[in-house]
Design a protein around this ligand. Structure first.
Ligand SMILES: NC(=O)c1ccc[n+]([C@@H]2O[C@H](COP(=O)([O-])OP(=O)(O)OC[C@H]3O[C@@H](n4cnc5c(N)ncnc54)[C@H](O)[C@@H]3O)[C@@H](O)[C@H]2O)c1
Length: 248
């Protein structure tokens, strides 16, 4: 029970990596605030986790909407009286050439993948600063380092910014003993990569030294490590989980 009673907000909880992370955190003893805009999948997950006698609330919210983010954090504090861990995981990805990205689509990607991280981190940091404890974990992407095997430029740029935001916040949060880190996955078996199709996935797996995509559990394990006290002296770190695709 590495995370016993640690109140954890997980955004994008209903998706591939978010769902596995939620399940692993439940097993580790955490109390969960699950956030997603997919109401049906969110309810289903919360019900399944509740059946294992874990304290969990689900909040349907658009992570790019400031009022909804504020309300989610307010409700989390109202229910549990504290927040120990924030996992900024919600994100969207699309394989699209640059000439086909409209200005509106660019803004949408920045809002969901980047502004959301800023909004949630700001609200949670406001609280964690007072109690001088907390862990904030953002989810980057190998695409944010190398431009992306299949991702659009808007996706890659948003993830590069998430990684730099992680370091900026880590600096400002360090005096309050708050760790801010980032897990940086390579291609992982979820709906995002499923949408790329078999042909592309076989081709891309060949480019990875491990010759296969990550499973969601590989990413969840790295998040769990950064959320635990085993990583208490680590901050501002971008932790690659990519089978050797990027080594920097
Ligand atoms: N799967 C990969 O290959 C891969 C690689 C690198 C990074 N990532 C990152 O990992 C994170 C999780 O991705 P995944 O693969 O599990 O994807 P996924 O599509 O399976 O899950 C994403 C979840 O985010 C939710 N979401 C999307 N937009 C939202 C919004 N505006 N408000 C609230 N919820 C929203 C979706 O409903 C979904 O449940 C993302 O940030 C993604 O960019 C994934």
């Amino acid at each position: 029970m590495e995370l016993k009673d640690k109140v954890t907000i997980i955004t994008g909880a209903a998706g591939g990596i978010g769902k596995t992370t939620s399940e692993e955190f439940a097993k580790a003893g955490a109390k969960l605030v699950l956030v997603d805009y997919n109401k049906k999948a969110l309810k289903k997950l919360a019900k399944e986790i509740r059946q294992t006698h874990v304290d969990v609330i689900e909040i349907q919210a658009d992570v790019s909407n400031e009022q909804e983010v504020k309300k989610a954090v307010y409700n989390a504090l109202g229910k549990f009286n504290k927040i120990d861990i924030l996992i900024n995981n919600a994100g969207i990805c699309k394989m699209i050439p640059i000439l086909e990205i409209s200005a509106d689509e660019w803004d949408h990607f920045m809002a969901v993948n980047l502004k959301s991280v800023f909004l949630f981190s700001k609200e949670v940091f406001r609280y964690m600063k007072e109690v001088k404890y907390g862990k904030i974990i953002n989810i980057g992407s190998a695409a944010g380092k190398i431009g992306g095997l299949a991702a659009g430029a808007h996706y890659s740029a948003s993830k590069a910014a998430v990684m730099c935001f992680t370091k900026s916040l880590a600096l400002q949060a360090a005096p309050f003993k708050i760790n801010v880190n980032c897990v940086c996955p390579g291609p992982t078996k979820t709906d995002i990569t499923l949408a790329w199709g078999d042909k592309t996935n076989i081709e891309f797996a060949e480019k990875i030294p491990f010759k296969e995509y990550a499973e969601s559990i590989d990413i969840a394990n790295a998040i769990l490590f950064l959320a635990s006290d085993k990583s208490k002296y680590i901050t501002g770190e971008i932790l690659d989980v990519n089978g050797g695709l990027v080594m920097d």
